[in-house]
Design a protein around this ligand. Structure first.
Ligand code: ATP
Ligand code: MG
Length: 478
C-alpha cells in the first residue's frame, strides 16, 4: 500500500488487488521514521488508471475474436495488477505521539518511505479509552476487545439509533445492567415490555441484576395522587395530553384552589363534586367532566395510597433498574404517566431528595411531548437526569438532540434521508457517519463521541446472557 494523496482529512491510499481485505471502519497506520498517523478506512474504489477504458475495450473486442496475447517479457500479470489497482479512501484521525492522538501537529509521513499496515487492536483500545475506571465491555473490533467507561455516560446525553432489528435494545440492556452493577440507578420507559425479563438469564436462573430490578405497572403498583402531582402538572396534562381549551383550564385552576381551601386536600372525587356543583358555563363543565373521567379511567390517579417514588428510588441503595411498564397502555395513558413521572423526578432532583439517575427512553416520540425534548437535554440534565434515547426512526428525535449528544451508538441505516439526518451529529464528520452506517452488518455499531475519545470505532456487540422479552411475535416460527 502507498499513500497517494490527501485533501482535507481524506487520504487516498493505493493498494494492489490482494491488499484490500479491509472493512469499513478498520484502522490503518502509516509509519515513517518512528512516527505514525492513524487512518480510518471508509471506502474502497477502483483506481483511475489512465487509458483503462481503452484497454478494457480492446480486451473486450479481443475476447470475441479470440486473439492470443503475446507476452515475451512475462509482465502480463504486472500490468493486470496495475489496471486492477484499488484506492482505499480513509479519514485521517490524527498523529500518534506519546500514547496520545494529536490533531494539532503538522506532519505527514513520506509517500515513498512510509509503511502502511493495519493498526494493531491494542492501539485502538488504548487511544479510544476515555477517563474512568468502571469498564463496560461492548464487544470486539479488529480482533481486540472494546470497552467504554461508565463515567463517559455519566452526566451526558446518549443516543442509540439504527434501523429495525439491528440490536439497539440488546445494547441498551447490556449498558444498563452494567451501569446498575456499578451502582447507578436507571429508569426505563418501556413501551414494548421488553425490559421486564432483565432479572432472568436465558437458562432461567436469576441474573446479576435480579435483586436490583423493580417493575412499576401504572394503575397497579404505580399510582399517583392529584395532590402529589400538583396543579402545574395537572394543568400540563390537561393542556398537552387531553387538549383542554384555555377557558376550561382557567376554570380548573379556580376549582382546584377552591377545593383545596374548603376541604384542605385535593382529591379526584372532591374535584368531580365541585365541578358538578359549581357555577360555570355548561360547555366548560362538560369539557372538564370528560377530561377528569379520562384521568380516572387510566387508573393511574388514585386518591388513596399513592406510590412514593422517592422511596422506590432510594430503596435501590446499591443501584438498580426501575422499569416503568408502559406496554399495556393506551397512548393517552402513557403520556399522562410520563408527564407525571418527569415532573416528579425533576422536583425530587431539584430538592436534592434523590441522587442523579439515567433515563432510558425507547421511541420517546410515542409519549414525550414536543416541548419536553429541550427540557430534557438542558434543564433536566443539569439537575441530574441523564437521558439515553433509543430509536429506529432518527427523525423523531429533534436535530438539536443530535447536535448536543455526547455519545452515539450508530447501527445500520440504508435509507438516505435517515442517513442525512443522523449525519447532523457534531461529534463526527458526516461522510464517515454515512458511509460506515450504510455498510454495518446487524449487531455491529459505530461508537461515536466522548466514550471513545472521539475516535469512531466499529464494534461487533457482544452477546448477553439475559433473557430477552418483547421479541416480535410471528405467525411462522422456524
Ligand atoms: N450482539 C448481539 N448478540 C446476540 N444477539 C443479539 C445481539 N444484538 C441483537 N441480538 C438479538 O437480535 C434480536 C433483535 O435485537 P433487538 O431487539 O435489540 O433489535 P432492535 O434494534 O432493538 O429492534 P427494534 O428496532 O425492532 O426495537 C433480538 O432477539 C436480540 O436478542
Ligand atoms: Mg428495540
Amino acid at each position: 500500500m502507498r499513500l497517494l494523496s490527501k485533501s482535507g482529512d481524506t487520504v487516498e491510499i493505493l493498494a494492489a488487488p490482494g491488499e484490500d481485505g479491509l472493512r469499513r471502519g478498520d484502522y490503518l497506520q502509516a509509519i515513517d521514521q518512528g512516527r505514525r498517523i492513524l487512518l480510518q478506512v471508509i471506502d474502497v474504489d477502483y483506481a483511475n488508471v489512465p487509458g483503462a477504458v481503452e484497454d478494457a475495450l480492446r480486451e473486450l473486442a479481443g475476447e470475441r475474436i479470440q486473439v492470443t496475447t503475446i507476452d515475451p517479457y512475462g509482465v502480463g500479470s504486472l500490468i493486470a495488477g496495475v489496471k486492477d489497482a484499488r484506492i482505499i479512501v480513509a479519514k485521517l484521525r490524527g498523529i500518534v505521539e506519546g500514547g496520545e492522538l494529536r490533531s494539532d501537529l503538522l506532519w505527514l509521513p513520506s509517500k515513498l518511505n512510509s509503511r502502511i499496515e493495519p493498526a494493531p487492536p491494542e492501539i485502538i483500545e488504548e487511544l479510544s479509552k476515555a477517563g474512568g475506571r468502571r469498564a463496560i465491555t461492548i464487544g470486539e473490533c479488529m480482533g481486540g476487545v472494546i470497552t467504554i467507561n461508565a463515567e463517559a455516560l455519566d452526566g451526558r446525553i446518549t443516543i442509540i439509533t439504527g434501523k429495525k432489528e439491528t440490536g439497539k435494545s440488546h445494547l441498551a440492556k447490556l449498558l444498563i445492567t452494567s451501569l446498575a452493577e456499578y451502582g447507578a440507578r436507571i429508569i426505563v420507559l418501556d413501551v414494548n415490555g421488553e425490559y421486564l425479563g432483565l432479572g432472568e438469564r436465558v437458562d432461567g436462573e436469576p441474573s446479576e441484576v435480579a435483586d436490583k430490578l423493580v417493575v412499576l405497572r401504572p394503575g397497579e403498583n404505580f399510582t399517583a395522587s392529584l395532590e402529589d402531582a400538583g396543579l402545574r402538572v395537572m394543568l400540563d396534562i390537561l393542556q398537552h395530553v387531553l387538549d383542554t381549551p384555555a377557558a376550561s383550564l382557567r376554570e380548573f385552576g379556580r376549582l382546584w384552589r377552591l377545593v383545596s381551601k374548603v376541604e384542605g386536600r385535593i382529591t379526584l372525587r372532591g374535584l368531580m363534586e365541585a365541578l358538578a356543583r359549581g357555577q360555570m358555563h355548561e360547555s366548560v363543565r362538560e369539557a372538564l367532566t370528560s377530561r377528569l373521567m379520562s384521568l380516572e379511567q387510566t387508573g393511574f390517579f388514585r386518591d388513596e395510597r399513592p406510590t412514593e417514588l422517592r422511596e422506590v428510588i432510594e430503596g435501590l441503595r446499591e443501584g438498580g433498574i426501575i422499569v416503568v411498564d408502559l406496554s399495556g397502555m393506551l397512548p393517552h395513558g402513557r403520556r399522562i404517566v410520563v408527564e407525571y413521572l418527569l415532573s416528579k423526578l425533576s422536583t425530587l432532583l431539584r430538592g436534592g431528595e434523590i441522587d442523579p439517575l439515567f433515563l432510558v427512553a425507547e421511541e420517546a416520540h410515542l409519549y414525550l411531548r414536543e416541548t419536553y425534548w429541550d427540557d430534557l437535554i438542558t434543564r433536566m440534565r443539569h439537575i441530574g437526569l441523564f437521558p439515553i434515547f433509543v430509536t429506529n426512526q432518527p427523525d423523531t428525535v429533534p436535530e438539536t438532540v443530535y447536535r448536543q449528544a455526547d455519545n452515539i451508538f450508530l447501527f445500520n441505516f440504508t435509507n438516505e434521508s435517515d442517513l442525512e439526518y443522523i449525519s447532523k451529529t457534531s461529534r463526527m464528520d458526516s461522510e464517515t457517519a454515512k458511509r460506515i452506517a450504510k455498510s454495518l452488518p446487524p449487531r455491529h455499531c459505530l461508537l461515536i463521541g466522548r466514550m471513545v475519545n472521539d475516535i469512531p470505532v466499529v464494534v461487533r456487540v457482544r452477546e448477553s446472557y439475559l433473557k430477552t422479552l418483547g421479541e416480535t411475535k410471528l405467525i411462522w416460527r422456524s
